[in-house]
Design a protein around this ligand. Structure first.
Ligand SMILES: Nc1ncnc2c1ncn2[C@@H]1O[C@H](COP(=O)(O)OP(=O)(O)O)[C@@H](O)[C@H]1O
Ligand SMILES: [Mg+2]
Length: 282
């Protein structure tokens, strides 16, 4: 579990704070989405969740981040690296090897995983992510989606309790994005891994996450289940975040009084709502 208490962070040399009195809790087995426009502080928050902020970036840090009751400022960032694994926004700078299996082996060796366990973990993670066929491939020859899976595999091999991903689908097409979300859902549900994902695709967040956090200029705007958070459609518009059309449709019907139910988040739900509304109006 991660508890963020009143965290403020200002990068050295900046006037504005990147994070401004942020408090939130990531419980075990949670699936958290973080959304916000560019510069909102999403990456900074993601890096604060495992101690990379403030350890690896100079600046002023206030408040505290507790990982299972241990304060991130009391330990070096590597101390939490295995428990809270992070796939950074720029995976190219995170990846160190040129061949897939070396990338995964590097992390395992670096974190001192016993030699006899390394091979077992490598095969297990390749199998879990369905990328056995990529094992001997050059990373430079992979598609965006394949590369992202390898970056996730390298972190997952360390068997983290919490996986933090910063815009893993940023450069992927809709199909590969859906695949990454499906994979994360499986890890969350079947392996009990807590997932925190920074993401711009609100439709996917609404479909997959249990808990949605909205950031705006370093401040926490909303924090709750997607169905509640998404009701603030006007604020989303003001922030420049497009809400899914299905949610807008239900907001329209709610506004004109023809529908009193929950905001709809999927096409199936919207279809049911439209049938109800039309049925009631005949
Ligand atoms: N390494 C850095 N040094 C100085 N300022 C930074 C650095 N990284 C981010 N910032 C600033 O902090 C703010 C939040 O950035 P970031 O967390 O990257 O936002 P997001 O991921 O939501 O786009 C921005 O104003 C950005 O310019
Ligand atoms: Mg970012």
């Amino acid at each position: 579990m991660i508890t963020v208490k009143n965290v403020t962070f200002r990068y050295k040399g900046n006037e504005e704070t990147a994070l401004n009195e942020i408090s939130l809790t990531v419980v075990n087995h949670d699936f958290v989405g973080i959304i916000g426009t560019s510069g909102a502080g999403k990456s900074t928050l993601a890096m604060a969740l495992n101690g990379v902020i403030p350890h690896e970036f100079a600046g002023d840090f206030y408040g505290e981040v507790l990982i299972d009751d241990e304060d991130t400022v009391d330990h070096a960032a590597e101390y939490f690296g295995r428990k809270v694994g992070e796939v950074f926004q720029d995976i190219d700078s995170q990846m160190v090897a040129s061949v897939v299996e070396d990338e995964i082996l590097f992390g395992l060796e670096n974190f001192g995983i016993p030699h006899e366990e390394i091979g077992i973990r490598l095969e297990k993670v390749l199998r879990e992510l369905g990328i056995e066929d990529l094992r001997h491939r050059e990373i430079a020859s992979l598609s965006g989606g394949q590369k992202q899976k390898v970056a996730i595999a390298a972190i997952l091999a360390l068997e983290p309790e919490i996986l933090v991903l910063d815009e893993p689908t940023g450069e992927l097409d809709p199909e590969s994005s859906q695949e990454i979300f499906g994979l994360l859902k499986k890890l969350n549900e079947e392996k009990g891994i807590t997932v925190v994902i920074v993401e711009q695709k609100i439709k996917l967040l609404c479909e997959y996450v249990k808990h949605l956090v909205v950031l705006d200029r370093g401040k926490l705007q909303f924090d709750g289940v997607p169905r509640e958070v998404i009701t603030h459609i006007d604020t989303f518009k003001r922030l420049g975040i497009n809400v899914p059309p299905v949610a807008e449709l239900s907001a329209m019907f709610r506004a004109d009084g023809s529908y009193a139910g929950d905001v709809t988040l999927t096409v199936e739900e919207a279809e049911k709502m439209v049938r109800e509304v039309l049925h009631d109006s005949v």
